[in-house]
Design a protein around this ligand. Sequence first.
Ligand code: KIV
Ligand code: NA
Length: 266
Amino acid sequence: IRPLTLQDFAKMREEGEKIACLTAYDASFAKLEDTAGVELVLVGDSLGMVIHGQPSTVAVTIDDIVYHTRATAHGLQRGFLVADMPFLSFSTTDEAIFNARRLMQEGFAKMVKLEGGAVQAEIVRFLTDRGVPVCGHLGLRPQLIHKLGGFKVQGRDEAVAAEMIEDARVLEEAGADMLLLECVPNTLAKTITEAAGVPVIGIGAGAHVDGQILVLHDILGVSRGRRPRFVRDFLAEAGDVEGAIREYVKAVKSGAYPDVEHTFGG
Ligand code: KIV
Ligand code: NA
C-alpha cells in the first residue's frame, strides 16, 4: 500500500475527484477509516469536545494533540495524517515551529492545520519554508468561540466574505498547501475554491469544494449536544461502524454528500 501524498490530492483536485477526509483520535478508528478509503485523516482539536467532553476546543493543549496524533498514526497505512495546531500554540514563529516539530516528529503528522487568515501569513511562510506542510482554516474558527459568542455561519456579510476571499489568497501565497472552509455559504466556498490553486476541503461549506471532512463522532451519531445542519448520521443508515465510514466515503466520492439540506445558502 502506497501512502497518499499532497501531490495525490493536487491531482484529485485537478481531475475533479472529491477528497474524502474524516477526523480520528486513536489507532482503532484510524485503521477502520484507512481500510474504508478515507484519504485524509485529521486529528482535530475537536477532540477537546468529543473525547475530553469540554464545551469548546480552547482548553486543548499541544500535548493532547501529540498524544492522539501518535496513536492515530499507528492505525494508518494509506491515509494522509494531519494534526491541528491548538489554541495559542502558534502565536510566534518560534512557538509555531517548536510545536509543529512535535506534531511531525512525535506524532508523525504529515501536515499541520491552523486557524486564521492573512494575519497568519508570516507563520505559514515560516513553517512551509522549513518543510512543514500547512493547511489554513478559514470561515468558522472554533478557537475564537469566546470572541464570537457561539458557533455560526461565517461570510454571509459581504465585507466578511470579501475578507475571506483575500485571506485564502494570502495564505496560499504564503505557501499553504491546502485550505479548509468551515460553515461558509455554498456560493462563497465555490468562489474561493475556483480562485484557489490548492485543494480546498469543506465542512458545512457546500458541494463546490474539492473534498469534504466531518467529525467522526458526528457521522456515528454519538456526539453530545445539538447536531449541526451539515452533519449526516451515517451509522443510523449503515447499521455498523465500518459500514458507516464506507458509506460516508462513497457519498463524498459520488457527490451524494453534501446535499442541499446540509448546505448553508448565501
Ligand atoms: O477539529 C476539527 O475536527 C476540525 C474539523 C472540524 C475540520 O478542525
Ligand atoms: Na479544529
